[in-house]
Ligand binder design. Structure first.
Ligand code: SAM
Length: 352
């Protein structure tokens, strides 16, 4: 698909044309990854962060936000819940928190891999190649790092580098892939300053990077951050709407048919009643029920009014099962590895 064609799809509001897009994406999804929806248990293990991202409520400047770091025994209790719920994967996500030391994360990963059959996904921000290699050696299977936007100057504006260390997520993703991780990335949709061309380039970059997992969600303004005010009225500005998010999910499925694509919480935040289901019906094949203990959830406030923050892990599981069945899909079993990864690859060794 050309960039011009992608921009045309992104800009259309013609309902009949969009029905055609949803149909094509759903067919591509069924052919490439089937009807199973895999569940990834999400554990938000720390909300400490050293970064100053202009969009995120966890930024270091959010001094009012109480910070937490989950202790090992709590993480392992949640991992036990993931096993008892039949999830195939646990995703450990955090702010960029160097209090999560290399050795400690290696130890937790090793414990999960020896005590369970779960796949382990890490999403801990920009860590050194050495650390990423150690975690991979400890058994981590997958790494998620959104590049947020392919527009370098917009990226630098919204995601300032740390002193003396230029942030290059696209390069880091290539290195993550070369370590043999199943590699995931993604973008926010409707970042203030993001143009139609930028978003089309993002979708093409998903393909160029040969990503195994692609998560996209709307940018949601957080009042306590520099990007908390509404974007200027500019005809080139991509809107951060629910509809735009479905379009990007559908186009991503068409451009990267074999990737695992989640229907995200940010989408559910814009439409609690039907957002996840519509994401699944328009190209997505993954959901990420939250396993984070209830007392921590409101503190992982990357954006306000996040969906499902007052549910327990058990409620979250039951709700996801109901939603999956309501769109005539199956709850997947097993790890749900990326078919893109299995299709012939590039990594340095078999996944455990
Ligand atoms: N620290 C890790 C990192 O930066 O990759 C993982 C945690 S970070 C909070 C996870 C993702 O949250 C980011 O990649 C970003 O896309 C998303 N995010 C942060 N603030 C957001 C906002 N205001 N609206 C929508 N998504 C947001």
């Amino acid at each position: 698909m050309t960039k011009e064609k992608i921009v045309e799809w992104l800009k259309t509001d013609d309902e009949q044309v969009l029905e055609g897009l949803w149909r094509q994406a759903d067919q591509a999804r069924q052919l490439a990854v089937g009807d199973d929806v895999h569940l990834r248990g999400l554990l938000e293990i720390s909300n400490y962060c050293v970064r100053s991202c202009q969009y995120c409520g966890l930024r270091v400047e959010s001094t009012e936000l109480p910070r937490y770091r989950m202790p090992e025994h709590e993480i392992m209790d949640c991992v036990g819940e993931a096993v008892s719920y039949g999830y195939g994967t646990v995703v450990m996500q955090a702010g960029e928190d160097f209090g999560l030391t290399t050795d400690w994360i290696s130890h937790i990963v090793r414990r999960i891999k020896t005590e369970t059959d779960l796949a382990v996904t890490l999403s801990l921000g920009e860590r050194s190649l050495d650390e990423l290699a150690q975690w991979r050696a400890a058994g981590a299977d997958r790494y998620l790092l959104r590049f947020e936007t392919s527009n370098r100057s917009l990226f630098e504006r919204i995601h300032p580098s740390l002193p003396g260390k230029t942030s290059d997520r696209i390069d880091l993703l290539k290195q993550i892939k070369s370590l043999g991780y199943e590699t995931g990335s993604g973008v926010m949709i409707g970042i203030p300053g993001q143009t139609w061309d930028d978003l089309a380039e993002d979708i093409l970059l998903f393909r160029e990077l040969d990503l195994d997992m692609i998560g996209v969600g709307p940018f949601i303004a957080h009042g306590g951050t520099p990007l908390g005010r509404p974007a200027e009225n500019n005809p080139d500005q991509v809107p951060n709407t629910e509809l735009m998010t479905y379009k990007v999910i559908a186009l991503t499925r068409l451009v990267c048919p074999l990737a695992n694509i989640p229907s995200t919480s940010a989408l559910a935040t814009l439409n609690l009643a039907r957002g996840r289901e519509l994401g699944l019906a328009r190209g997505a094949n993954i959901v990420m029920p939250n396993l984070t203990p209830k007392q921590y959830r409101p503190l992982y406030e990357i954006y306000p009014a996040k969906a499902c923050i007052d549910e327990t892990a058990a409620e979250c599981r039951a709700c996801m099962h109901g939603r999956i069945r309501s769109v005539n899909r199956n709850v997947g079993s097993g790890r749900g590895d990326s078919p893109n990864r299995a299709s012939g690859d590039t990594g340095s060794g078999p996944l455990r």
